[in-house]
Design a protein around this ligand. Structure first.
Ligand code: FAD
Length: 819
């Protein structure tokens, strides 16, 4: 066995071997994979081998598409057949909301380039003659379906073997029956991988250990947020009707998914495989896989399967005539949002995760492709935030994971509404004023474990969402909150913001090396700053306030806490000249904004609030009511006169009460996240993570004024300089959509030239309540970004006319926020 390697991949399932294959393809030949048993010994051996292209996520969709394309060419490349049956995939709809979901998905599929068709019940019957179209008491009528002609199913073991062959031909080595037993850092900074067969020293280590992720992570003190859930499928004997159909010349039937009954059905040796996503499937191995489990399975639970078996029999009556041969019940790795964990581990360097795969056969190709890119090139080729392991934080502990993963599993097939908020493991993290806001009618959502008020239901109004792809029950109330903030004064609780303080003589230089803008020079000044990737894409967005000559307050998105904290920490100078502390939990944040916000605040502080004494884009520590050391920042994300008050958390109750008392005469009220979304769209404020990602540079995003190419150096500078010389491939645009009746854009819709080809994509969309316009923002070819350009946007399958608006269509001169 080798004792040195550039990278060691731990785990020989489809995902680990794909990672090895892609590292070798990138030219790293001194890479090895170790597997405690044999290749495929984990979940890979018992997977059903389905390769669904369907995925609502732009990132995951791209990974799956890459996989399917790769698997088609692997046999020719490696000489190993992978048994890929391109049967197509058929997803049925029995209610209009399901059709809306498919149509929404089609927008994403279009932007990724995945072929699909929406088909009629008649076409379903043609494609799938053994189906019952329904429309009677026992079986709902099929009203349409989504059809992917290009995917199907594969033999997971064959796939793994083909990847193994490809990896080996690139020089990679694989050691089976070699278990990693410990992982240590040597004095020189390398990894020492301790294995049952001896030690290997490595620069990089990749964990791809599937159901073992918890115990693997603990070897280096990481609580990896993945716990498996039981997953079953039934293998049926030969089905006489199917056999007749096939012997009569019928082609292999598409993989069938009756989403509204939560099961899939595919052919297997003239019989069937039926796989449900049942209610009540338990999480397993929360503390690790016991030694005895090995290649075992759990006992089948027919009771849990029965409702799905019955539903499938109603839809495909011939199922009744075939006996059950086997029930496979195995652990399937899950994460709280159902997407895998692909990317760097937090807190430790050169440790990479490719864990938490619940569609790991489908995702293996794409996951290995992008992780290898990341390891070798220092960054991935596409935006990977949706799968970045650091999208979860310390809150994703054992109890949270069990509750959330079970919930995610049972909801695999439920309709993925854009405004859906699921109830498990809630409330977890709350602002101190949670109960107060509940009494004010808060309708809660959750992000990064935090409860956030999405909107406030007035007295007598139902306090819940009716989820939809269209305007729904809260539309009017969100509009009222927008008008409250635009016309009077509103308060938002943004306590979840990520907050760091950087103190010390090296802080300014360090931050300047990280971000494209110049960090503020004068104490009291604020600057919006973007940390870029080496290729010039946008990695993070920070609002940086210089509190004192050597003290900076750094605020970023609430969901970016671990993602940003890890980055900041890993990039700190090693000379001790900067002390970085994460003060997210120590400070709360209320936004007080609207034309009367100054008058409200003036009643609570002696600090000057007029423009002369407290101009826009400045901040300082003031007293507000009895609260001391409140960082008042004259910025906000809604484009109104106002302040963000970042206060010591113990003052939350006092401050809220004081603001309400002072604001009563102006009609102050609470404003939620959805109103903020509407207002920030009206101001063309780009949202980190959706509008600002590593797929686009600040020049493409129209953030030129936040880039200082004249600065000595910062990460991404060379790439930006090159882009400036070459010209940008896309440009940011704010777009008005015409003729919307009830379905506003939501982001990820394709943009077309009128009657012509696709020319871009939206990244966000919402109704602008103050402007009374349906708005989208996104990226188009540069020549189409001029104000007045006519475009078309596809919303839920319908092409709508759209016009490019000037940036910041609401108050373009910023009169209100500078008032
Ligand atoms: C019943 C069932 C049906 C499924 N059907 C599908 C499907 O149709 N389509 C689909 O895409 N997905 C399906 N899946 C999911 C799929 O099986 C997994 O997502 C996929 O196999 C994950 O691959 P992996 O390489 O991440 O993990 P695994 O295949 O579990 O591999 C991890 C490997 O790491 C090894 N290992 C662990 N710890 C160590 C250590 N310390 N040292 C060395 N080696 C170690 C293990 O022995 C194991 O071989 C199904 C899952 C189940 C349970």
């Amino acid at each position: 066995m080798r004792t040195h390697a550039r990278a060691v991949v731990v785990g020989g399932g489809a995902v680990g071997v794909s990672t090895l294959y892609h590292l070798a393809r990138k030219g790293w030949s001194d890479v090895v994979l170790i597997e405690r048993a044999e290749l495929t010994a984990g979940s890979t051996w018992h997977a059903a081998g389905l390769l669904p292209l369907f995925n609502m996520s732009y990132t995951v969709g791209q990974l799956h598409k890459y996989s399917v394309d790769l698997y088609k060419r692997l046999p020719a490349e490696t000489g190993q057949d992978v048994s890929f049956r391109v049967t197509g995939n058929l997803r049925l709809a029995t209610c209009p909301e399901r059709m809306d979901e498919y149509r929404k998905y089609c927008g994403t599929a279009n932007t990724i380039g995945v072929p699909f068709r929406i088909i009629t019940p008649g076409e379903v019957k043609e494609l799938w003659p053994l189906i019952e179209l329904g429309g009677n008491e026992s079986t709902a009528a099929i009203i349409g379906a989504l059809y992917h002609p290009d995917d199907g199913h594969i033999a997971p073991a064959d796939l793994t073997m083909a990847l193994r062959k490809g990896a080996r031909s690139g020089g990679a080595e694989i050691y089976e029956h070699t278990e990693m037993t410990a992982l240590e850092r040597t004095a020189s900074g390398e990894w020492r991988v301790r294995t049952s067969q001896g030690d290997i020293l490595a620069e990089h280590v990749v964990f791809a250990t599937g159901n073992y992720a918890r115990q693997t992570g603990r070897m280096v003190g990481l609580e990896i947020p993945s716990i498996p859930v039981e997953h079953q499928y039934i293998v049926y004997d030969v089905c006489p009707e199917l056999e007749r159909y096939r012997r009569g010349g019928g082609r292999e039937l598409a993989v069938l998914r009756e989403s509204d009954q939560s099961y899939y059905l595919r052919e297997e040796r003239m019989g069937w495989i039926l796989g449900p996503y049942e209610r009540g499937a338990p999480a397993r191995f929360a503390d690790g896989v016991p030694d005895w489990f090995g290649k075992s399975l759990f006992e089948g639970d027919l009771e849990r399967l029965l409702p799905h078996v019955e539903a499938a029999q109603r839809r495909v009556p011939s199922l009744e005539h075939c006996g059950i041969k086997d029930i496979i019940n195995g652990p399937i790795a899950y994460t709280p949002d159902g997407s895998p964990l692909i990317g760097p581990a937090w807190n430790v360097r050169n440790l990479w995760l490719n864990e938490g795969h619940s569609f790991g056969i489908t995702a293996a190709g794409g996951a290995g492709w992008q992780l290898a890119e990341w390891i070798v090139e220092g960054e991935p080729g596409i935006d990977m935030l949706a799968v970045d392991p650091r999208r979860f934080g310390a809150y994703a502990g054992r109890g949270y994971l069990i509750a959330k993963n079970e919930e995610t599993y049972r909801n695999v097939f439920t309709i993925h509404f854009p405004d859906e908020e699921r109830p498990a493991a809630r409330p977890a993290k709350t602002s101190p004023v949670y109960d107060k806001l509940s009494r004010l009618g808060a309708v809660w959502g959750q992000r990064y474990g935090w409860e956030r008020a999405n909107w406030f239901a007035p007295a007598g109004v139902e306090r819940s969402d009716r989820w939809s792809f269209r305007r729904t029950n809260y539309f009017e109330h969100v509009g009222n909150e927008v008008r409250l903030m635009r016309e009077r004064v509103g308060i938002m609780d943004l306590t979840p913001f990520t907050k760091h303080e950087a103190i010390g003589p090296g802080a300014e230089g360090w931050l300047n090396g990280l971000v494209a803008n110049k960090v503020p020079v004068q104490p009291g000044r604020i600057a919006l700053c973007h940390a870029l990737t080496p290729r010039g894409g946008i990695r993070s967005e920070f609002t940086i306030t210089r509190l004192a000559s050597e003290r900076f307050y750094v605020v970023s998105a609430g969901a970016a806490e671990r993602y940003d904290s890890d980055y900041l920490r890993k990039s700190l100078p090693t000379d001790g000249s900067v002390l970085l502390s994460n003060v997210t939990g120590a400070r709360g944040c209320f936004v007080v904004a609207g034309p009367h916000s100054r008058a409200v605040l003036a009643k609570l502080t002696s600090a000057p609030l007029e423009n002369a004494g407290f101009p826009w884009l400045t901040g300082r520590a003031i007293e507000v009511g009895l609260a001391t050391d409140v960082y008042a920042l004259r910025v906000n994300f809604v484009g109104a006169l106002g302040w963000e008050l970042h206060f010591p958390i113990e003052y939350a109750h006092h401050l809220l009460d004081a603001l309400f008392a002072a604001g009563a005469e102006f009609g102050v009220g609470m404003v939620g996240m959805r109103a903020m979304e509407s207002m920030r769209m009206e101001k063309s404020y780009r949202m980190w993570g959706t509008d600002l990602t590593r797929d686009y540079s600040p020049f493409e995003a129209g953030l030129d004024r936040f880039v200082r190419l004249e600065k000595a150096s910062f990460i991404g500078k060379a790439a930006l300089a090159e882009q400036r010389a070459r010209g940008v491939p896309h440009r940011f645009a704010t777009i008005e959509v015409h003729g919307v009746i009830d379905a506003d854009p939501l982001g990820n819709e394709p943009l077309f030239a009128p009657g012509g080809p696709m020319v871009g994509r939206t990244t966000s969309g919402y109704y602008g309540h103050a402007l009374r316009k349906s708005l989208a923002i996104g990226y188009v070819k540069p020549e189409l970004a001029q104000v007045g350009t006519q475009l078309e946007v596809e919303i839920l399958g319908e092409r709508k006319r759209a016009t490019v608006l000037p940036d910041s269509p609401y108050d373009p001169e910023n009169r209100e926020l500078r008032a």
